[in-house]
Design a protein around this ligand. Structure first.
Ligand SMILES: [Cu+2]
Length: 660
């Protein structure tokens, strides 16, 4: 048996290292959220039906808050801020687009804001805040208006019509948040009317403030609104209150570090992915506490998973001009197909089939997506295209019909000679593309589908035009096209780094991504050769349309062949999560029920700095769009088990690992 599904039943099965890092709590929180949402969906509470619908009265318009202007008045080391919470109309897309009635925070006498007013003060400031509840009947529970560090207080409870005052002192610099609920739910369960009651709370260190920007992630699910019982539900996934293509367009200068603070007060976690460049995780927190990472422990990544309630400070290392994206890698938060969701079990995000999914933007994206234009530096960066003769590859994108063994799929195939390979020989995932660090390559992508496509070289530092974002990528007047049916596109780059990357469709529909348009992209260092005997890639994807019920696939198979290893041989194990929406998979290599030990060596294609190359328990949480490399050297003959756990519904895929 190579794979099975089952129920764990006992959270202790997540193991000691998860518990020690707090991830177990996170997983339990997600499971709790699922349960909470399950109870809430379609459940109409009698007292809420009796309340007049807010939309029957004229409601104030809610502004999208770019988090530029701090709220309140700062004088003599004291910030005085008067907040209120009331119903309003929110325009998460265009200002003339769909309007959603939600509860929102604002400063008294000013427009309501999503996210709520920015509280930003120098270290040592005392905050005197009043909060007025202007809602018709709901009681507000407000979290996070308390001192930093420590001093976590019970939530401030404010009845309808009531005003409460709170005083606290902020002495620990960092990125924090405050949030409120009117449903009594935790952050991980709050998706409807009260889902946008959150704001950034930033404490600046003494001295000149570093120029930075603050972003708050938000999710709103119509089916979480009390009383909602329609078959099709809308969803909005937003950054600072707006969904792409209406999110703010950012600009930066090549070669200048860009400092961003991110806050996730939404109901779900988000693997945030940067195109074309790496970023450093400078600090991470949970809203109440923020930890600045020692330089040696900062992660260099292209994808960072922001847990529910999490905060981050990032430094982006942008060297190349052009238009780039920073976006959540969950399909449900970045594909226009997910603006409307079909009724299904909570935690499963199926696009509503048959709905019109207008493409709002030629990039084909939507939602939690930020556009970033990098202006060229006076002194140009290391060229990524080289004058050396390029290695030429032809990559076919084809439709493979179903047969009695395999379902229909969109597939990648490499064409070696003048004739295309037999379609029946196509595999999902696509074949590993093995490139050499610094060696120029020209990949001709030939689209043989009946619809357009675009291919993204995930994690590769390259020129924007070749990055695979149609209608957006490129610099100046030059805009990358979609690859129309029957057309081809030549992607040119010279990967500057050796490591584990991904190539996948950036034509963000469910069909192409779940249909098989993904594959490992492996870049070798100078002098290295690829030895499939000792270099093992495990690409995790989804075998079907249902995030919860469809099986996890390991290298495209629900029945992965046992991995056969030899004792006293050093292996490189490369793990890739390219599922559409399974954001918190846990990979373990187990002897019995205990993890063996492996050595972490790379993340997202970047070698770890020496301080992070450590031997540790063979267990890793891996989010969508992340890659992790480990070295593993089995010492004795033993039967091991590679397990990929989907904590959301406690199912897993398992492959045997035989050490001989
Ligand atoms: Cu997301």
């Amino acid at each position: 048996m190579a794979l099975r599904y089952g129920s764990i039943g006992n959270p202790k099965s997540f193991g000691p290292d998860l518990a020690s890092t707090g991830r177990r709590h996170e997983l339990i929180a997600i499971a709790t959220a699922v349960a909470v949402l399950l109870v809430s969906f379609g459940c109409v509470r009698a007292q809420e039906l009796a309340t007049p619908k807010p939309s029957q009265v004229t409601l104030p318009r809610i502004e999208a808050n770019r988090n530029l202007a701090p709220a309140g008045e700062l004088a003599g080391g004291v910030l005085t801020v008067r907040l209120e919470i009331r119903d309003g109309e929110w325009y998460p897309e265009a200002e003339t687009g769909p309007a959603i009635v939600v509860q929102a925070l604002g400063e008294e006498g000013r427009a309501l804001q999503i996210p709520g007013p920015l509280i930003r003060v120098p270290e040592g400031t005392e905050v005197r805040a009043t909060v007025r509840n202007v809602l018709q009947k709901d009681t507000v529970r407000l979290y996070g208006l308390h001192g930093r560090p420590g001093d976590v207080r019970e939530p401030l409870e404010i009845s309808s019509g009531e005003i409460r005052e709170v005083r606290f002192r902020l002495t620990a610099p960092g990125t924090y948040h405050y949030w409120a609920t009117t449903t009594g739910r935790p952050l991980a369960g709050r998706a409807g009317m009260d889902s946008q009651l959150a704001g950034a709370l930033i404490v600046d260190p003494p001295g000149a403030a570093v120029a930075d920007r603050v972003f708050v992630l938000g999710l709103w699910l119509e089916r979480a609104v009390p009383g909602f019982s329609q078959p099709i539900a809308r969803q909005f996934a937003v950054i600072n209150g707006k969904a792409w293509p209406y999110t703010e367009r950012m600009t930066a200068d090549a070669g200048q570090p860009v400092r961003w603070r991110w806050i996730n007060t939404s109901v779900f976690d988000h693997p945030m992915h940067l195109h074309g460049a790496y970023f450093r995780v400078i600090s991470e927190g949970d809203g109440a506490a923020d930890v600045t990472l020692p330089v040696g422990n900062q992660r260099l990544v292209v994808t960072d998973r922001m847990p529910v309630g999490g905060t981050r400070a990032y430094t982006l290392l942008l060297e190349r001009e052009g238009r780039w994206l920073f976006h959540c890698h969950l399909l449900t938060h970045m594909s226009p197909e997910y603006r409307h969701l079909a009724p299904t079990v909570p935690g499963s995000f199926q696009p509503a089939v048959g709905m019109h999914h207008p493409v709002l933007d030629p990039s084909g994206m939507w939602g939690m997506v930020l556009g970033l234009t990098v202006r060229p530096a006076a002194r140009s960066a290391t060229p990524v295209t080289s004058t050396a003769p390029a290695r030429k590859l032809t990559l076919l994108v084809r439709q493979r019909p179903a047969n009695d063994r395999t379902p229909a799929a969109a597939v990648f195939q490499v064409q070696e000679g003048p004739q295309p390979p037999a379609l029946e020989a196509a595999t999902v995932p696509g074949p590993p593309l093995v490139l050499m660090q610094g060696e120029p390559v020209e990949i001709t992508v030939v689209n043989q589908l009946r619809e357009p496509t675009a291919i993204h070289w995930h994690g590769i530092e390259l020129d924007s035009y070749y990055d695979g974002v149609p209608g957006w990528g490129g610099a100046g007047e030059t805009v990358a096209p979609a690859i129309e049916p029957g057309q081809s596109f030549v992607a040119r780059f010279a990967p500057p780094r050796a490591g584990t990357f991904i190539y996948h469709t950036h034509w963000h529909n469910f069909l192409q991504l779940t249909g098989g348009l993904y594959g490992p992209l492996i870049v070798l260092g100078p002098g290295q050769t690829f030895d499939p005997e000792t270099d093992k890639t495990v690409m995790i994807s989804l075998g079907g349309a249902d995030d919860m019920k469809s099986p996890l696939l390991l290298n495209g198979s629900a029945q992965l062949e046992p991995l056969r290893l030899k004792a006293a041989v050093k292996y490189r194990l490369r793990f890739i999560n390219i599922t559409p929406n399974n954001s918190g998979l846990v990979v373990s290599l187990l002897a019995g029920s205990a993890p063996v030990r492996w050595r972490a060596v790379a993340k997202d294609g970047a070698d770890l700095p020496p301080a992070q190359v450590v031997e540790r328990e063979a267990r890793q949480l891996i989010s969508v769009g992340e890659t992790y490399d480990f070295e593993f050297e089995p010492t004795t003959r033993v039967d091991l088990r590679l397990e990929v756990l989907r904590p959301f519904n406690r199912t897993w895929a398992v492959a045997e690992v035989q050490v001989r």
